[in-house]
Design a protein around this ligand. Sequence first.
Ligand code: GLU
Length: 434
Amino acid sequence: MSEKTSQLHEAQAIMSEIYERLNVSEDIRSRLHQPRRIHQAGLPVRMDNGSLKVFPAWRVQYDDTRGPAKGGIRFHPDVCEDEVATLSFWMTLKCAVVDLPFGGAKGGVQVDPKTLSRLELERLSRSYIRAFYDVIGPDRDIPAPDVNTNEKVMGWMADEYAEIARRQLPAIITGKPLGMGGSAGRIAATGRGALNVLDAWVERKDKKPEELTVAVQGFGNAGYNFARLAKEAGYKIVAISDSQGGIYLKEGLEPMPIWEHKNETRKLSGMVYCDDTVCNVDSVETISTDDLLGLEVDVLVLAALENAITDKNAKKVKAKIILEIANGPVTPAADALLQERGIVVIPDVLANAGGVIVSYLEWVQNRTGDYLSEEVINERLAARIENAAKNCFQCAHREDVSLRVSAYMQGMERLAKAMESRGTQHYFEGDVLT
Ligand code: GLU
């Protein structure tokens, strides 16, 4: 990872301000400067046509001071070591921001999963576990879904782990299918948690969901579930886009049929935007993702990938609030430009923490054998994420800092405490047991 081009070092730039504000010791700064462990493997997969392909794969455990490392596995052609390390750094902070007893990790495979058959995908998923079996575990490092991986993939992975271990250890991985010890509410958790956070902000500003228009960039699991629940809560979803393009309707779109249509055809279509009995096919406009980012809306939701808003397109943004459901969708340079213009960014480490919160509840259920209803899960998710959101908003107000700096301060404070408990230079310079 060269210092010059590294996404990780770019993502860490914010830390000097956080360290200064919290007066964090040199020991801790050095520990958090790089990942604890980077594991790399080539995953051999027999393809349906008989050929063998080897896919580069990583598992990065950034830090495990606060508990076993935790984080998803993504399948994407752009995955590289630097990206996985950056995502594992964000997971470390995210788990601390919402006070889960976990450290941070991430995994990835450099592959375009859309080019694989289902059987090839299963072999690849199982191969990942065979490669990293020795370094993961319910008390060590617990993977989960991320971009282009889902409950089916987690199911294959949990099964492969159990085959090798010769016993059932469901707490090895979260985001599993319900029948294998998955948790009620896990699939919608990231979108639901993001809505809990947005609601808390809207309430603080004495606004009502009905007064706000929303554009959603990214229509995968998290973007869809957010849009569906936000629509139910009264927000008006005027635009949705995915990697192919977008649709816009001033009167408001209906996310659920759009999702169903997309899953059948792999296309977004406005033909199914109908709200109750009112259908007006002609007025749905097809727009590009770029157009969507520049729409005059109250809330712009970024639920696709990193670097959606950069210093090149930040000036185009007209929304008042940005909600980061993806990890790292706003670059640090763009963040500064948005802040100058008074655009509020609700940061990823808070806004998308719903997924890992319900992952934590899944892990607890797997270890106790006591399974909870969806209602209880949703209540616990809301309580935890709303509490973190309120603390974040209050601290930002008190310290006169951005919500991102405020969230990082909350997470860093917990991380620093855990690290200090294990001893720092300051401690070893003092008298014994005083
Ligand atoms: N991949 C998700 C994230 O970025 C979930 C991680 C997890 O559940 O461990 O937060």
